[in-house]
Design a protein around this ligand. Structure first.
Ligand code: AP5
Length: 231
């Protein structure tokens, strides 16, 4: 199964991806996570990406396409993958098409998480992440049991440096100008399903899995286009 999770910053792509990984036994490929790891490791890719990530701009398409191409060919991605935060521009989507075509691979579905803009800012500024194991929390909706301490590994939680209000606003603008055009791009290819991402995590997950299960059962593993009620 190969799917794309599309959505504004903070729409819940990472949260849902980590649940989908367990359900479908395919890896999550998050370009944001790959870039943050490269920055933490101090690699040349990380150093190139740093200014873009810290200011909420998009990292250049060529660099991102190279990173994804390198990742999708690994053994664990053979049964499929969940692309989280990629593609993020029309050139990246075209690059992905090319990458898939060359291997005669199919993209099964693109799920776009819809969350009202007013809720996004609250979600992002109250997000905390664990630098040890990557667990994601939210001070308003998914607080850790002990203040600022990871329930899973006990590390002290941090706020992502690009989760300040100013940078989040910039990221939302970048999403509107560069990433939102992908909605029409994938709709035109009959691959898009819009899911209402504004509700309890479990409810959003149930909506996504019903879409993906149907897509996997459809002809050639690609079911009909669906639109969730209220999306
Ligand atoms: P990236 O890390 O991909 O950031 P993003 O797309 O902006 O998405 P986020 O990780 O911020 O949010 P999310 O949708 O995963 O939400 P989450 O589940 O955490 O990218 C960072 C930067 O890297 C970019 O700005 C760019 O510079 C660069 N970059 C990355 N990919 C790139 C690419 N392809 N091309 C170029 N540049 C690239 O949830 C958010 C919060 O909400 C959490 O606290 C969570 O607990 C909470 N939450 C989740 N679901 C719910 C719910 N249903 N109800 C209430 N709260 C919820």
């Amino acid at each position: 199964m190969r799917i794309v999770l599309l959505g504004a910053p903070g729409s819940g792509k990472g949260t849902q991806s980590s649940l989908l990984v367990e359900r479908y036994a395919v890896p999550q490929i998050s370009t944001g996570d790959i870039l943050r790891q490269a920055m933490a490791d101090g690699t040349s890719v990380g150093e190139t990406a740093r200014t873009y990530v810290m200011t909420g701009a998009l990292v250049p398409d060529d660099l991102i396409l190279d990173l994804v191409e390198e990742r999708v060919v690994r053994e664990d991605a053979r049964p499929g993958f969940i692309l989280d935060g990629f593609p993020r521009s029309i050139p990246q989507a075209e690059g992905l098409d090319d990458m898939l075509d060359r291997r005669q691979w199919r993209l099964h579905r693109v799920v776009k998480l819809d969350v009202p803009k007013k809720n996004i800012l609250d979600r992002m500024t109250s997000r905390r992440v664990c630098p040890g194991c990557g667990a994601v929390y939210n001070l308003m909706t998914k607080a850790p049991q002990r203040l600022e301490i990871c329930d899973v590994c006990g590390s002290k939680l941090i706020q992502r440096q690009d989760d300040t209000e100013e940078t989040v606003r910039k990221r939302l603008n970048v999403y509107e100008s560069s990433t939102a055009p992908l909605i029409d791009y994938y709709d035109g290819r009959g691959l898009l399903t819009i899911v209402n991402g504004d509700g309890p995590v479990e409810r959003v997950f149930a909506q996504i899995t019903s879409v993906l299960d149907a897509a996997l059962q459809g002809p050639n593993g690609q079911g009909p286009k669906q639109q969730e009620p209220g999306a």
